[in-house]
Every structure is written in structure tokens, then in C-alpha cells.
Design a protein around this ligand. Structure first.
Ligand code: PMP
Length: 335
């Protein structure tokens, strides 16, 4: 008998199930597949990037024994990095904006990370979490700034693992892939790999309100309006990781659609996912309608709903934001 054992944290990341979402497959006449990244040890797609960035930094000597990993993050990369830090003997210093969910902040502290909260200011402000993290890494001795936005090991994790897994799990039968973008790591690595396997695969971004990527891809200019309850996605600049993406087009989704879809997946499929995953699935329905019946569409279920229980799964919080799930079917998704 051969054994099926994964060695430690490092081998526990990835190889997540690819789930056929039955309700949406039936409703669209397509096969809608969600990569269950919420089943990673740190509970999100970012475990893969965290692990790859640390392994590469160890390989190049940028991260030395007993060193400190510093990162600016919306939370999930910090959670992944804190676990890798514990598993491999490092300290983790995580800088994040104070408008992220309390669950993520509490979890980071429980994992042993030193958490520094910043005000949510524009990227041009030196107090932005990105610049603050860079400064901290310069001030601390023996520190490594992971820099997930520009560090190509981030998208490489998805080029080397997430995308080949999807391709293999679907038996090479994929007609379209769609997802949102934070650092651009997932979309950069996944679309680059899948286009190499089959250039006919339709590759799409879905962007939340308040992000400039949709306008960048459709007009060449970054223009963002409003804000969004989604966390970890949406950005107003092209990162090195995003620039790896091979994209055919872009969609947009609203907060109201996100909470409708989150409830839809929970009630119909027993899938309890976070806001970016719900947005990604909206993208999958839009792409299914665009390609027509009979196609197979893959997307990413980035993290689970537990991380947002006090927010998008809390009726009082939603009411304060003027958001209430009301739809019976999929009529909340426009084309
Ligand atoms: N969803 C969530 C919940 C995230 O935390 C992130 C990472 N910021 C993403 C999606 C986007 O992933 P990426 O950074 O690879 O674009």
C-alpha cells in the first residue's frame, strides 16, 4: 500500500478540490467550477503565495535563519505568512489597514503575528500600509519584506500550482476562467498558464466597485469610482504580478450582487464563502452567459465566509450599508 501523507505545513498548502457548483451549473446550462481555496491551512488562496515567497526568499538568501517577515496586506497574505513563519522559525510583522474585518485582525494576533494597523489612505500617501511595511522592513534587523504586489513568486505560486491543478482536475476541458484581482498574483499566474495550455480559453477579470482595473483593461486608463465591501481585491495600479495576466476581457460586479450571490451559494449549495469568492462566481455566471450553454467555466473560491461573519453575513451590518439580500433566483446579475 502506498501512503498519502503530506509533510507539515509546506505540503498541506494547495491540492484543493475543484467543486462543480450544481445550482449555477443547472441555472446557466454550463459547468461552473470553483477551486476551493478556503480549504487551505490558513483558509485562503494566499497561503500559496505566502509559501512561495518565503521559499524563494530562503533560496536567494533574502530571508535568513531567525529573520523577520514583514508584509503589508489586507489580511489573508498575513495569515498565510504568519503560519509559514511559525512552521519555519521566523517572526511575522503584519501591517494592514484598519478597515478590514475584525476576524482577520484577531486571527492574525492569535497566530502570533505582530499586527500594526494603518489608516486606509490612498497609495500615494506614505502612511499607506504598503509603504509602512516597506519602512518597517528597513528599520528592523534581519527583516524580509515579502512585497506580494511586485514579488513575482506570488504569481509563480499560481502558475506552478493553482493553474496546473485546475487544468488536471478538469481533464483539460476548460472553456473559460474568470476572477477578481488584488495583487494580481492569482489572475496573473492562472491565466498565463491556462493560455499556454489552450489559447482559446476565454480569460476574464471581474472587478468590484471602487477598483480601477476594469477601466484600465477597457480604456487603458485607471479610473475608479465609489468603494466596495469586498476585501482583498480591487486596486488602482498595474502590479508586476497583474502584468503577467493574459486577459480577453473584463466584467464588473456590485456589492448588492456580492451579498446576493453569497446567500445564493449558501442556501443552494452549502458553500459559505467570502466576498471576493462571491464576486468571482458572479463573473462565472456572466462568462457562462457570454459563451453560451455547454461550456465549462472555472473560478476561485478565495476564502470562506467565517472571516466575514460580522460583516456580509450580519444582517445589521448589511442594513447599515443599505444592502439586503432579496433575490429569489439569479435575476440580480445583469449582463
Ligand atoms: N480574495 C481575497 C479574500 C484576498 O485576500 C485576496 C488577496 N488580497 C484576493 C482575493 C486576491 O488575490 P490576489 O492577491 O492573488 O490577486
Amino acid at each position: 500500500m502506498t501512503s498519502d501523507i503530506r509533510i507539515g505545513f509546506t505540503e498541506s498548502v494547495g491540492n484543493t478540490p475543484l467543486i462543480k457548483i450544481e445550482s449555477l451549473s443547472e441555472a446557466t446550462g454550463c459547468t461552473i467550477l470553483g477551486k476551493a481555496e478556503f480549504l487551505n491551512p490558513g483558509g485562503s488562496v494566499k497561503d500559496r503565495a505566502a509559501l512561495y515567497m518565503v521559499l524563494e526568499a530562503e533560496r536567494t538568501g533574502a530571508l535568513k535563519a531567525g529573520g523577520t517577515i514583514v508584509e503589508g496586506t489586507a489580511g489573508n497574505t498575513g495569515i498565510g505568512l504568519s503560519l509559514v513563519a511559525n512552521a519555519r522559525g521566523y517572526r511575522a510583522v503584519i501591517v494592514m489597514p484598519n478597515n478590514q474585518s475584525q476576524e482577520k485582525i484577531d486571527l492574525l494576533r492569535a497566530l502570533g503575528a505582530e499586527v500594526e494597523l494603518t489608516n486606509p489612505v490612498p497609495f500615494s500617501n506614505p502612511e499607506h500600509f504598503y509603504h509602512t511595511a516597506q519602512r518597517r522592513s528597513q528599520e528592523l534587523a534581519n527583516a524580509f519584506w515579502a512585497n506580494q504586489f511586485e514579488n513575482i513568486s506570488n504569481s509563480e505560486a499560481h502558475y506552478q500550482t493553482t493553474a496546473p491543478e485546475i487544468w488536471r482536475q478538469a481533464g483539460g476541458e476548460i472553456d473559460g476562467v474568470v476572477m477578481s484581482s488584488g495583487t494580481g498574483g492569482t489572475i496573473g499566474g492562472v491565466t498565463a498558464y491556462l493560455k499556454e495550455q489552450n489559447p482559446k480559453i476565454a480569460t476574464y477579470l471581474i472587478d468590484p466597485t471602487g477598483s480601477g482595473l476594469y477601466s484600465y483593461l477597457t480604456t487603458g486608463e485607471f479610473k475608479a469610482e465609489g468603494s466596495s465591501i469586498t476585501e482583498g481585491i480591487g486596486i488602482n495600479r498595474a502590479t508586476a504580478n497583474f502584468n503577467r495576466a493574459k486577459l480577453d476581457g473584463a466584467f464588473r460586479g456590485t456589492d448588492q450582487q456580492v451579498i446576493e450571490m453569497a446567500q445564493y451559494l449558501l442556501k443552494h449549495d452549502g458553500l459559505f464563502v467570502g466576498s471576493s469568492a462571491a464576486l468571482n462566481v458572479i463573473g462565472a455566471v456572466k462568462l457562462a452567459r457570454k459563451l453560451g450553454k455547454g461550456h465549462t467555466i472555472a473560478t476561485i473560491l478565495c476564502d470562506g465566509g467565517g472571516r466575514y461573519q460580522s460583516r456580509m453575513y450580519n444582517p445589521e451590518w448589511l442594513a447599515e450599508k443599505g444592502l439586503t439580500p432579496v433575490a429569489k433566483g439569479l435575476e440580480f446579475i445583469d449582463d
